[in-house]
Design a protein around this ligand. Structure first.
Ligand code: ACM
Ligand code: ZN
Length: 531
């Protein structure tokens, strides 16, 4: 009977085809040595871990393996056929070693994040499609040693212009983890809405602040949906709410409980969340709700920096941000402020005079520095869009270079000793339209400016793609805009520049498109025009 069962299993495997992935990793690892043979995943195998801190990683891996194979797996402290081992304690060391052979799979690293990077590699060594119930899932024998070039490899999502649910956000986090993207910058407030529950100011997420009537961009999306016969441009019904006296409004927000859940989900996957509450501009929703925040007291942004009540508001909001997000960086935003309003405001003029400031640019810099001290007192570091450079900046602030038409930003910031995260719109605005050349433009581009000295280069923390959502109303549209660009970004940020080679990347990318298909990601095909 036993023999017959085994024969049956072999037949089943041969008939349905065994499933072993090629060694095809994005981003390209530091070194890959392939060997003979493979490791067959079997029902009931144990995922062992040598340190209690790895338990969430083991459970995460168990979920992945079960999804792919349909088998159940166990996790336990100690030894397993699949072994996760911390071999040091350096939080900042994201490198890992992955070893698979006929007998076992082992991932070694000096940090939780390193182990997670090894798991991302293992995910990519699994077959692209889930093989529920099939006896034939194996991993090629291989030794991979790997380490990232940059520690900041991110995506920024704007759920203000169009809202994304917790589940949709988690899906993006999961996709990020597959490609070793480890920073999720969450733009949680803007003119069109406030998306984070703030207990001290419940009005910010009330029905008429977190929800809104259709605006110009909503109407444009609907027009395109109709003109292009494209349901991905429709505004999802699930985000509408009937509000008494207003009718159907569009929007949403994240409760603090939901935010904690997302933070936890990201942490298991080795992803830090960088929250952004944009101040003093891009704050129309808050000013509309609490009219005393604006210079004219009528709800028009930016925040009035002449009034103590504004400073108190900012501190109380960030207090809750600090409680919810246990990470080093918090973004103050700081972009595109209509500073002219301050020059017409008596309170702001008084502040400028009292603090001995030269002009309204220095007034914003005064506010940023004041907030930076507050952030630092709470153990956090401040980050802001590159306009925070104007009017002077403290050395310890980090700059997001986004204005690709201001090529001197990185040169200027790093020569002053400030760290920079690169996201110039010329390469990394994933909401910008794409054509058949966009991917190559990103991959071959010098995103790191070539005129930096070795000392300045040390201040480049990494890069991120930004996804502003004025024209991205659905998850389907989001995936179309982000993929496969995110894979090019992942390799730009992880693999050293001299190892980046388009002709090597393209075939690997093509194979990964099958993986994206299997995950149900609605990416933009490489070619949409007839050759
Ligand atoms: C930005 O795109 N306003 C940062
Ligand atoms: Zn004012």
């Amino acid at each position: 009977m036993r023999k017959r069962l085994t024969l049956w299993t072999v037949c089943l495997t041969m008939c349905l085809g065994s499933a072993m992935a090629e060694v095809n990793i994005i981003p390209k690892p530091t070194s890959v040595v392939e060997k003979e043979g493979e490791f067959w995943l079997k029902k009931g195998f144990t995922i062992g871990y040598n340190d209690a801190s790895l338990e969430p990683a083991a459970n995460y891996l168990k979920e992945i393996l079960t999804q792919t194979t349909g088998f159940s797996f166990k996790t336990k402290a100690g030894k397993g056929k699949i072994q996760l081992s911390l071999t040091g304690t350096d939080e900042n060391d994201e490198s890992y070693e992955f070893v698979s052979d006929k007998k076992s799979i082992r991932i070694y690293a000096h940090s939780y994040r390193g182990i997670i990077n090894g798991i991302a590699t293992l995910r990519q060594l699994l077959p692209a499609s889930p093989r529920g119930g099939l006896e034939g899932v194996s991993i090629p024998s291989v030794t991979i040693k790997d380490s990232p070039n940059f520690h900041w490899r991110g995506l920024m999502l704007d759920p203000v212009r169009h809202f994304f649910s917790v589940e949709e956000t988690k899906k993006l986090l999961d996709e990020m983890a597959l490609y070793k993207l480890n920073k999720f910058h969450w733009h949680l407030s803007d003119n069109e809405g406030f998306r984070m529950e703030v207990k001290a100011y419940p009005g910010l997420t009330s029905d008429t602040v977190a929800w809104r009537h259709f605006n110009y961009h909503d109407r444009q999306c609907l027009e395109r949906a109709s003109k292009e016969n494209n349901p991905a441009m429709l505004i999802p019904w699930k985000f509408f709410k009937e509000v008494e006296g207003y009718g159907e409004l569009y929007g949403g927000y994240y409760s603090q409980e939901e935010i904690r859940d997302v933070v936890q989900y990201a942490a298991v996957r080795g992803i830090d969340i960088i929250p952004e509450i944009d101040m003093p501009g891009h704050n129309g929703a808050a000013c509309y709700c609490y009219k005393w925040l604006s210079c004219t007291q009528n709800g028009v942004e930016p925040l009035c920096l002449g009034r103590e009540s504004t400073i108190q508001f900012a501190e109380k909001v960030y207090d809750e941000v600090f409680q919810l997000f246990p990470y080093e960086y918090v973004s103050i935003g700081g972009d595109e402020v209509n500073r002219r309003r301050w020059s017409e405001c008596e309170e702001c003029k008084k502040r400028i005079e009292k603090e001995g400031l030269k002009d309204v640019s220095e007034l914003q810099a005064w506010f940023t520095k004041k907030m930076e001290k507050y952030f630092n007192a709470h153990g956090r570091r401040i980050l802001g869009w590159d306009e925070i450079l104007e009017g002077g900046l403290s050395k310890t602030a980090t700059v997001h270079w986004w204005r690709g038409d201001h090529p001197d930003v990185t040169q200027k910031s790093t020569s002053m000793g400030n760290e920079v995260v690169l996201c110039p719109f010329t390469f990394l605005y994933f909401d910008y339209a794409q054509d058949d050349n966009t991917l190559r433009h990103i991959y071959d581009g010098d995103i790191v400016p070539v005129d930096l000295t070795p000392e300045q280069l040390k201040l480049i923390k990494g890069m991120q793609g930004n996804i502003w959502c004025e024209r991205i109303p659905t998850e389907a549209r989001l995936e179309w805009m982000v993929f496969p660009r995110a894979l090019a970004l992942a390799e730009k940020a992880w693999t050293p520049r001299n190892e980046q080679n388009w002709d090597d990347f393209l075939p690997r990318l093509k194979a990964h498109l099958q993986r994206l298909d299997a995950m149900g990601i609605q990416y933009r095909p490489l070619q949409t025009k007839r050759p």
